[in-house]
Design a protein around this ligand. Structure first.
Ligand code: SR1
Ligand code: MG
Length: 399
């Protein structure tokens, strides 16, 4: 019989006392459930002084934001903890520390990051973290290179692909990114004002063809152990610091998917800024986002290539020029995936505060329309947007 039970705040305190690796565990006395994501319970466990000391995170047997009508595997808690442990060993500076996990209880104890803020919330408030894009690039380059065929031995990698098979969570992405937004599906929701543009997307043959290819790559390219959901809400930042969290969508997939998700979320903020901070302030913020995007790609490409040149173990993949050729495919995938993130976050199931947080309905609709047009443009033209500066030119042209 499974030991699984849904934790109460008192359970979280007791569990953190046992597994939080604190010198004085009895000091832990209370917990608040603070989960505001789509899937899990998250408890902040506090000491007698009210200071949050560790986080206890537990998967529910269903999708939290929808309810018990959508059951979901508890194995995602194991995948999340094991992905974070692999990534943490490769890039400890930018991965949240897992202190303990238990697959049967679907629970994980992780370091408290109360001195950090969720990057999306900061971006929505117009707060700038100049090092964040570069740090995210470093996290992506280290984790993706070392779990790719450039570095991992072929047999070891195949075993890892199987350990991180994540069919149910992958199916969420397969449906929510690549299918639902392009058909009339009950999981979609959007402002009525967007209906004409949504109808156009559903009958846009060129767009659907390009989305089909992106979905096919997502289904079949086991290039590296991805985070799988690296949007700005899965990233904590503080001055000079950045930590990735929430890796339950981890699996071996196309490297461009992680890069594209990260770029797409910066672009969602770019599209929403005029409605979030007002037209005058938005110009500077939008310029910062474009610089973030540029840095994210250039630093990722630089670090990834450097790792390929210095540490590729496979003799055939080490042939001069192959790493550069591979990276060009990653770039093209990333541009397309960034486009799908813009579209699905605007009209699909799971929206983001960068657009939803705009209070004026007309302004919100205008920003959402610009996210949809930009998303479509990126998906359809990915193969022609050959480098980062060409991307920035296209984004500026869209207005
Ligand atoms: C049903 S889960 C909806 C979304 O939330 C997660 O954070 C992922 O982005 C997923 O697509
Ligand atoms: Mg998440």
């Amino acid at each position: 019989m499974s030991r699984y039970r849904t934790f109460t705040a008192a359970d979280a305190v007791e569990y953190a006392r046992q597994h939080g690796q604190l010198a004085e565990p009895q000091e832990l006395v209370s917990a608040d459930e603070i989960g505001d994501g789509n899937l899990n319970l998250v408890f902040k466990v506090r000491d007698r002084a009210g200071v949050s000391r560790v986080i206890v995170k537990q998967a529910l047997p269903y999708v939290r934001c929808v309810g018990e009508s959508w059951p979901l595997t508890l194995d995602r808690a194991r995948i999340e903890a094991e992905t974070l442990l692999v990534h943490g060993a490769l890039c400890p500076r930018h991965t949240v520390q897992v202190l303990h996990h238990d697959s049967e209880l679907a629970v994980m104890v992780q370091e408290d990051l109360s001195d950090h803020h969720i990057w999306r919330s900061e971006l929505v408030k117009g707060r700038y973290y100049p090092l964040a894009a570069g740090q995210l690039a470093e996290y992506l380059a280290k984790t993706l290179f070392h779990t790719s065929d450039f570095y991992q031995a072929a047999q070891e990698k195949k075993a890892e692909v199987s350990r991180f098979a994540n069919p149910e969570l992958c199916q969420i992405t397969e449906d929510l990114f690549f299918t639902d937004p392009y058909i009339d599906h009950e999981r979609n929701h959007f402002d009525e004002a967007l209906l004409p543009q949504v109808r156009e997307l559903r009958t846009d043959a060129a767009l659907k063809l390009a989305v089909a290819e992106l979905k096919h790559h997502f289904l079949s390219k086991a290039e590296a152990l991805l985070h799988g959901d690296i949007h700005s809400g899965s990233i904590f930042v503080a001055e000079g610091k950045l930590k990735a969290i929430d890796a339950e969508f981890g699996f071996y997939g196309p490297i461009g998917f992680d890069i594209g998700t990260a770029l797409g979320n910066l672009l969602l903020n770019y599209c929403g800024l005029p409605g979030l901070v007002g037209l005058r302030e938005a110009a500077a913020g939008r310029e910062q986002r474009l610089q973030d995007i540029r840095e994210l790609w250039l630093i990722f490409a630089d670090r990834f290539l450097m790792l390929c040149h210095q540490h590729t173990r496979d003799a055939a993949l080490a042939v001069p020029g192959y790493a550069e050729q591979f990276l060009q495919h990653v770039w093209q995938d990333a541009v397309g995936y960034a486009g799908t993130e813009l579209v699905r976050r605007t009209i699909g199931l799971a929206h983001v505060a960068d657009l939803e947080g705009i209070s004026d309905p007309e302004m919100r609709a205008e920003c959402q329309r610009s996210a949809l047009s930009l998303g479509r443009m990126l998906i359809v033209n990915a193969a022609q947007i050959e480098h980062i500066d060409a991307l920035l030119v296209r984004i500026r042209q869209q207005g």
